[in-house]
Design a protein around this ligand. Structure first.
Ligand SMILES: [Zn+2]
Length: 188
């Protein structure tokens, strides 16, 4: 599983960070003929030894959501030209499981509409396209940097105005799941 951790020093006082706790978040649920399989990431929080502040790493999730931000982008973009049920059916063909009620709830989030790019005869979120190019790098044996992934996702965890200035995050994002469905996307 991919892990996201704060590194460096406390953004408030510059103090030394220590591990605080670890939790797992579901990034996506993929489905194929063998059933459903969740893709999860591990989020490590840290605390400052000087001021006690809990420091949360940047992560590829919009605040208050329980699924990866590229999936939310995909749902809201596709929903702009189809019903929630159609979005669910389309994603199912891509091997991504999202029920129509979840699609509807993502469409009601108070987040800006994602940037989109016209590709394969439809509008797709830029985050997905940029991630697919990172996936290409991985296929060539290179590692995607977490900072690149977060940039591709447009830093979704910042949407509540939380600032992470001065923080450097070292994380590695498992793109294999995205690669699978992007490969499928190309065949649609
Ligand atoms: Zn501190």
């Amino acid at each position: 599983m991919t892990e996201y951790s704060p590194v460096g020093h406390c953004p408030s006082c510059g103090g030394t960070l220590s591990g605080y706790d670890t939790r797992t978040k579901r990034f996506a649920v993929l489905c194929d003929a063998d059933g459903d399989w969740p893709v999860e990431v591990i989020i490590h929080r840290a605390y400052c030894r000087e001021c006690g502040r809990i420091v949360v790493p940047e992560e590829p999730f919009y605040p208050g959501t329980r699924i990866g931000s590229p999936i939310v982008d995909l749902c809201t973009t596709l929903a702009s030209s189809g019903s929630h049920g159609n979005v669910t059916a389309f994603l199912d063909r891509l091997g991504v499981k999202v029920d129509r009620w979840s699609v509807r709830s993502y469409c009601h989030l108070s987040i800006p509409a994602p940037k989109t790019i016209s590709m394969f005869g439809m509008q797709l979120p830029a985050s997905i396209i940029v991630l697919s190019s990172l996936a290409g790098d991985i296929a060539q044996g290179q590692k995607a940097r977490g900072t690149d992934v977060l940039a591709a996702c447009n830093f979704p965890s910042r949407y509540l105005g939380v600032t992470f200035s001065g923080m450097i995050f070292s994380s590695l994002f498992d793109l294999s799941a995205l690669v699978i469905f992007l490969n499928d996307l190309l065949m649609v």
